[in-house]
Every structure is written in C-alpha cells, then in structure tokens.
Ligand binder design. Structure first.
Ligand code: TMP
Length: 253
C-alpha cells in the first residue's frame, strides 16, 4: 500500500501531504505533553475529541468570516487543512489571569483583566517558547507591522467568538493560544488562523464551579482529561448528551 508522505510530526499532531496541492492532512494524536514535553502521557481518545472540537471552532470562525485553514474533516482523527507558512509566534489572548501570567506578575489566578491582553511567544521548543515583544518581532523580521495589525485583529475576533460560544454553555474562556499561517494567492499574502483550537490550547473553567475543563487537568494532575474534554464537547453538542459507556468518544451525525 502506498504510504503518504509525512511532512512534520509535532507533540500532539502529525502532518501529512494532502490529496491535492496546497492541502495537508492534520492527524490528531492521543499524546499529551506539558512543560515543553517534560511531562508526557497518552490519553485515550484525546485526539478524536480535539479533531472534532477544532472542526467545530474553525467552522464557527468561517461562519463569522474569520479566515482559517480548515477545509473538512476526513475521519475521527484527521482533517484536511490548507497548507500555509506558519508565523513563528504563539499568539495568546487572556481575559482572566492564569498560568504563566499569574506567575510572572503575581496576579491571583482567576482575576479578571481590565481588557483582553494579547501576548506573543517566539515558537522555539529549544528555548521554551519565550515571551517576546513587537519590537523583537519587527526587528527579527518574524512579522511586519501590517502583519501584526492583522494578527491582533484576528486574535481579538477569535476571542470574541470563542468567549461567546463558551459563555453560552456555561464555560469561561480564561485564555487561549492560536497560531497564524500565511497563504499566497497570486501577488497577495493573507494571514489566516491555523493549527488547532481545542482544550489543549485554551483555559476553560466552568462558570458556576470553576472546574477546569482544559489541559491544566493534565498539567496539574486534576483528574481525567478525557472526561474534561468530553464535557466541553457534550455541552457544545459535538458529542451526545449521554456519554458512551465504552468511555470512548462517539461522533454525532
Ligand atoms: P500559559 O499561561 O502557560 O502561558 O498559557 C497561556 C495559554 O496558552 C493557555 O491557554 C494554554 C496555551 N498554551 C498552549 O497552547 N501551548 C503551550 O505550549 C503553552 C505553554 C500554553
């Protein structure tokens, strides 16, 4: 059997050459890592849940006109996306203090921020994705000033969309990370949302109880990650209301 060509293997996903030029198959693995892969595990069903949830969020973004790489889901673990050149930045939007911001600035986790705060980290595992400023980004040519205006606008639109979708199902969007890709259309370059949007890359807290429904459950050993992600998927209507007895996620169609 002909094997398709692997383009890249990351910590949570593998990318394969797509069936048409300009496309990529994004395969979601069950691997979970934290603290720059110092902590690792395989979480049964995580890849399936993230594939479905990322599809749900990217489709929603498409519906409100936020350009993104998603084309279509292929199966339970794979989706077809547009091939793009990833800007080497992790774009983080925070609505409430948590995680590294709480540590860095001594702000109690859960404190509401005066307005959404956008941060940039330089994507480099060997350096641990260090926080950088727009000065670094411009000086080292990772993105132009025009790119940064577009990236900020995309990040804030994603924040408004995700905050609203989550609020509607009783979940607070504390913060999230997105990645941005460049696509070339003739003489024009456009920036689009790429990579994934899933509980791996967001902080999601139940509004009533404060229960964590995101990767902090794994990072901080707070219980079952599959249960947390399934709860998010169930509330969003991506999974049926009664969880399957096998404990494995089931697709609704
Ligand atoms: P932080 O508080 O650890 O900087 O994380 C901010 C947000 O970014 C949080 O929603 C988790 C997400 N994130 C990633 O998606 N990948 C990463 O490697 C890290 C460190 C955080």
């Amino acid at each position: 059997m002909a094997r398709r060509k692997k383009i890249y293997e990351g910590k949570a996903k593998t990318l394969f050459e797509g069936p048409e030029p300009g496309t990529i198959v994004q395969y979601f693995k069950d691997d979970a890592t934290a603290f720059n892969a110092e902590k690792k595990d395989v979480i049964d069903g995580k890849g399936v849940l993230n594939n479905l949830l990322s599809e749900f969020f990217m489709n929603g973004l498409t519906q409100i006109g936020v350009p993104n790489h998603f084309l279509r889901r292929l199966n339970m673990r794979e989706q077809l996306v547009r091939s793009c050149e990833i800007v080497p930045l992790e774009v983080i939007v925070r609505n409430f203090a948590a995680g590294s911001m709480s540590k860095r600035l001594g702000i109690e986790e859960g404190t509401q921020l005066p307005r959404p705060i956008v941060e940039y980290c330089y994507k480099d595992d060997a350096l641990g994705d260090p926080l950088v400023t727009e000065e670094h980004i411009a000086a080292f040519g990772w993105a132009s000033q025009q790119d940064m205006d577009d990236i900020l606008s995309l990040a804030l639109r994603v924040n408004d969309f995700l905050s609203g979708v989550m609020l509607a199902v009783g979940i607070r969007l504390v913060d999230f990370k997105i990645e941005i890709g460049r696509i070339y259309e003739g003489d024009f370059m456009r920036l689009i949302v790429a990579d994934e949007i899933s509980p791996d890359s967001c902080r999601l807290w139940d509004i009533e109880t404060g229960q964590k429904l995101d990767k902090d459950v794994f990072r901080r050993d707070l219980g079952s990650l599959t249960d947390a992600y399934s709860e998010v998927a169930r509330r969003l209507g991506v999974l049926p209301n009664n969880p399957p007895t096998s404990g494995k996620p089931t697709l609704v169609n």
